[in-house]
Ligand binder design. Structure first.
Ligand code: ADP
Length: 260
């Protein structure tokens, strides 16, 4: 591995090259107006490769959550494009965005977001059922086994540890074979061992299932599981690292901090 800081590509290489799952093109997000306006994204252009694991990092307030929310159809940008496959999410109605989120995107949140009254298995398959699809039994069995959830499928979230709950949430995100899984600080509420299990699994899902994963994290140890780190600062792309490790990420973040 030869980690090195390099400027992020200014163009995502188009989405028809088959290699880019999701991309931002000159994305701008302004909250509020007039004197109190905050430019959370200030012209972000970046592509996220298919079947790769990418981490988005940067100081607090740099725009990580805003970028993820715009790319996931959870928030609308002020200008620019948020592209998922051939779809520009910035041009869609709320109704279409709801459908896109349900059918084409998987989510893993810091706080698990499982429904307490449903069993683990019911939680895993709920989004698919809402979309009118049946779970692939083979994939469910594979996810259950590789996530260490065998024997736990009949349990409710309250009967599971935090790590187990997050692994249920990961299975829920992957069962629909979404075009991209967005993970927002997925290890933020976990001890280091449970966090490592979740991150290893996400990395394996990229290798074994060809899953595309985009993760926001402030933890260099978590980001080191990714194939690539995209760095944000002040609402702009400030660089990227290929094949990052803990040391190269920490150094890049420190350099970002000292530039500010
Ligand atoms: P990060 O995830 O990197 O911490 P955010 O995307 O949450 O950064 O925030 C980027 C900037 O946008 C910050 O200055 C933040 O205060 C501002 N911001 C985020 N959400 C809102 C909002 N709903 N209303 C106003 N300002 C916001």
């Amino acid at each position: 591995m030869h980690p090195h800081a390099a400027p992020a590509t200014t163009a995502p290489g188009g989405l028809d090259d088959g290699r880019t799952a999701v991309a931002a093109v000159d994305l701008v997000k302004v909250y509020g107006s007039g004197d109190t306006a905050v430019r959370a994204l200030d012209g972000v252009t970046v592509g996220f490769a298919r079947a790769h694991f990418t981490a988005i990092m940067g100081p607090s307030g740099s725009g990580k959550s805003t970028l993820m929310h715009c790319l996931a159809g959870l928030d609308t940008a002020t200008s620019g494009r948020a592209l998922l496959g051939g779809t520009d999410l910035t041009a869609q109605s709320d109704k279409v965005l709801t459908k896109v989120r349900r059918e084409r995107i998987g989510f893993v949140f810091q706080s698990f977001n499982l429904l307490p009254q449903l069993t683990a298995e019911q939680n895993i398959v709920l989004p698919l059922e809402l979309a009118g699809r049946r779970p692939e039994r083979g994939l469910l069995a594979h996810l259950t086994e590789s996530l260490g959830l065998t024997g736990r499928l009949g349990h409710r979230p309250g009967e599971l540890s935090g790590g187990q709950q997050q692994r249920v949430a990961v299975a829920r995100a992957l069962i629909s074979r979404p075009e991209v899984v967005f993970a927002d600080e997925p290890t933020g509420n976990l001890d280091s061992r449970s966090g490592a299990e979740v991150l290893s699994f996400l990395r394996n899902s990229v290798r074994e299932l060809g899953q595309t994963v985009v993760m926001v994290t402030h933890d260099p140890g978590a980001a080191a599981y990714a194939d690539r780190v995209v760095l944000l600062a002040d609402g702009r792309v400030a660089g990227s690292l290929d094949n990052p490790d803990h040391g190269s990420i920490a150094a890049a973040l420190q350099e970002l901090g000292s530039r500010r």
